[in-house]
Design a binder for this molecule. Structure first.
Ligand code: NAI
Ligand code: MG
Length: 352
């Protein structure tokens, strides 16, 4: 089966870690029956400075018409507003209808803290519809700014269904591996419907309806106490589903629990397209030194395979990555090691 993958390295260390994902896909043994073709595509700030477009049309069109999936590195955004520039990743999620952002957060087996959860974040609406306005207060007391928080039944149902499916799939994998098979598949719905009874209320009600279709335990957690519990007892969570903004905050917070941003992957998932993306940014402070941790990108590559139903290939890659981390000898500096990016990649590929 020949598959076409788009590679969007972007800026900074994106250019050092995306090639690692490509090498892993090329190295996956033929036994999994896959063969990949690759196309390098431009996006990001450097592209913007060179061409005037952060997301060139040809990148979008090639992804739409020729690719089954993609790997995205990172883009660097300037801290000051630059006329005409807006983040290509937000645009890509919209234009490719990637309605879910899936972020697994997991410790390796030898770690006494057994964290193994997945955060499933709605990726299209909530405050991210970016409908804001500023006006003068009627009583002359100064300016007022407002933003729309839009929640729809359709998007809430869709994201909760995906969370249900992920919980069921994870449970099957746990059972097959004999590890933690006693753990019940659980989905925790996160919201603030005690305050926002209409918007978060709709999310909560709809998510409950959707999850009734799955053989999973459904729990609810108000988002502020969710943050508290996430830090106090992260071991207890399996799958967490949340509207866009809470999901954004929870998933960055959860990433802090496992040590380094350089370890945490994500996938942007739609009905017919998956884009793997490490959670970190372009890391200008370490770029060009061959010391970026490639694990987040390699895990994003495995996650992309998983969501394209290439589970055997994904499992092989996850296993090789975990073996490298378990052994703990060839690690990048963010994990206290001395290895270069290339050396970590070599070690993981060897284990494939
Ligand atoms: P960052 O994630 O790039 O870096 C934060 C810190 O973590 C830095 O000290 C960096 O060296 C370290 N780090 C990140 N990834 C690492 C890796 N793989 N291995 C070792 N260390 C790693 O976040 P920061 O510094 O806030 O943002 C830098 C640029 O990246 C900004 O322009 C920002 O807008 C952009 N960014 C882009 C994202 C994306 O493309 N999805 C996400 C986050 C930030
Ligand atoms: Mg974020």
């Amino acid at each position: 089966l020949l598959q076409e993958r788009g590679l969007i390295a972007g800026d900074g260390i994106g250019r050092e870690v995306v090639p690692a994902g490509r090498r892993a896909l090329e190295a996956l043994p033929a036994s999994v029956g896959l063969k990949f073709d690759f196309v390098n595509l431009d996006a990001g700030f450097e592209t913007f400075e060179r061409t005037g477009a952060a997301l060139p049309n040809v990148t979008l069109e090639t992804l739409k018409t020729e690719c089954d999936g993609a790997l995205f590195g990172a883009v660097g955004s300037p801290t000051h507003a630059v006329k005409g520039y807006s983040s290509p990743i937000v645009a890509l999620r919209k234009k490719l209808s990637l309605y879910a952002n899936v972020r697994p957060v997991k410790t390796v087996r030898s770690n006494p803290r057994r964290i193994d959860m997945v955060i499933v974040r709605e990726n299209t609406e909530d405050l991210y519809v970016k409908e804001e306005r500023t006006f003068d207060a009627e009583d002359g007391s100064g300016k007022v700014a407002e933003a729309i928080k839009r929640i729809t039944e359709r998007a809430s149902f869709r994201i909760a269904s995906m969370a249900g499916e992920i919980a069921v799939r994870r449970h099957k994998v746990r059972q097959a591996s004999g590890a933690g098979s006693a753990r019940e598949p659980t989905v925790t719905i996160t919201h603030k419907s005690n305050v926002l009874s209409q918007t978060d209320g709709l999310f909560r009600t709809t998510a409950n309806v959707a999850l009734a279709n799955y053989p999973v335990t459904v729990e609810e957690q108000i988002v502020d106490s969710m943050v508290y519990k996430l830090f106090r007892q992260p071991e207890t969570y399996d799958v967490i589903v949340a509207p866009n903004l809470y999901g954004d905050l929870l998933s960055d917070g959860a990433a802090a629990l496992v040590g380094s941003l350089g370890l945490v992957p994500s996938a942007n998932v739609g009905d017919s397209f998956v884009m793997g993306e490490p959670c970190h940014g372009s890391a200008p402070d370490i770029m060009g030194q061959n010391i970026a941790n490639p694990v987040a990108t390699l895990r994003s590559t495995a996650l992309m395979l998983e969501f394209m139903n290439e589970e055997e290939a994904a499992a092989k890659l996850y296993t090789a990555i975990d073996a490298n981390l378990e052994e703990g000898k060839i690690l990048s500096p963010d994990l206290g090691g001395k290895a270069k990016t290339d050396e970590v990649v070599e070690d993981i590929l060897k284990r494939l």
